[in-house]
Design a protein around this ligand. Sequence first.
Ligand code: ACO
Length: 402
Amino acid sequence: VVDIRKLYADTGMFTYDPGFTSTASCKSKITFIDGDEGILLHRGYPIDQLAEHSTFMEVAYLLLRGELPTKEQYEQFTYTVTRHTMVHEQLAMFYRGFRRDAHPMAVMCGVMGALSAFYHDSTDINDPHQRMVASFRMIAKIPTIAAMAYKYTIGQPFVYPDNSLSYTGNFLRMMFSVPAEPYVVDPVIERALDRIFILHADHEQNASTSTVRLASSSGANPFACIAAGIACLWGPAHGGANEAALKMLHEIGTVERIPEYIARAKDKNDPFRLMGFGHRVYKNYDPRAKVMQKTAHEVLAHLGIKDPIFDVAHELERIALHDDYFVEKKLYPNVDFYSGIILSAIGFPTSMFTVLFALARTVGWIAQWDEMLQDPDQKIGRPRQLYIGAPYRDYTSIDQRR
Ligand code: ACO
């Protein structure tokens, strides 16, 4: 006979690790990070070299297939992605169910999940061919559904993909072209945005990637799993930080007000944090932030924009990097600190910033999802808990309760 009153206290042995700060949830061959040294490698290649010399489509191939493509492999890959950029016509009707003022990330969560209702022939995760088709569909369609989310919220007609353009050029056109006006893709902006996509493509077991892995560990269909990743990414502590960082920089407004905000960030009684600063893994300069800062210089110079907010960001970084609080806690600018400045110079509204992050990260989510499904050690993700609730007690009828 088991005394069930004792069971709640006898849960066996497990680690208690809120936020998984020291728990590896999987083995992976995709991305390596050394947070102390500020190193990020994709399949062994450093992020700064990829950002400088590669393209987003090439990095996508690398993350998914494990090696850089040959010329023929690259052409075949981009051709296949390009063939999948259109979405089902009925999906346009789905958009019309949303309020015009919906946040585009809300629309993205819904539409990505809804793709599983349109593409039944690519939801069997045990079939490698169906997995591959689902991967191409999501990578190819996410720029289309992101641009449609934007066009819908501003009341403009959807722009169909132009498959003669590059992945990033096509996205820029779907975002910014308007009927009856010629749209020419600016190669400097195209390259800058492509680089931003490279910088966001993967980042090992961050919150949204772990969410995708956890969701798919139950065997859920690919589109639903990526929708779960989008939902997680939306939070201001994760992908929403680029939007929050730019809002903060505008709120600060002038270099003179920086000390006030630094003081607030250090005040234990104030919930305010410097957005775009700090990282769970990097205890050094985020290597992506360095590339982002350089890209911000290039884009602003190319567009002839003198943005006072860029000066505020520079000065904020300089002050924080010399402040004991930030030095001791090893808080450095992260990838989101400068990205908002570039994106808004290009013309993206802040509400689209996290959408762009989701667009790029879809490649990483898919690479991780596919890797997980081929891992013989893969199990349903099922963390334990440390129960701290009421001890065993017998039910009492309602008239006996006080
Ligand atoms: N401003 C001020 N203080 C900070 C900041 C910040 N941006 N970030 C961390 N700290 C402090 C915390 O108050 C805490 O202090 P304490 O030890 O005295 O309590 C200490 O540094 C450690 O912070 P944690 O929140 O415990 O660190 P964690 O690893 O859990 O958090 C996170 C990392 C969420 C990124 C955090 O640094 C943060 O909130 N940053 C601002 C939001 C942001 O930029 N997010 C983007 C992350 S990158 C990405 O997702 C692409």
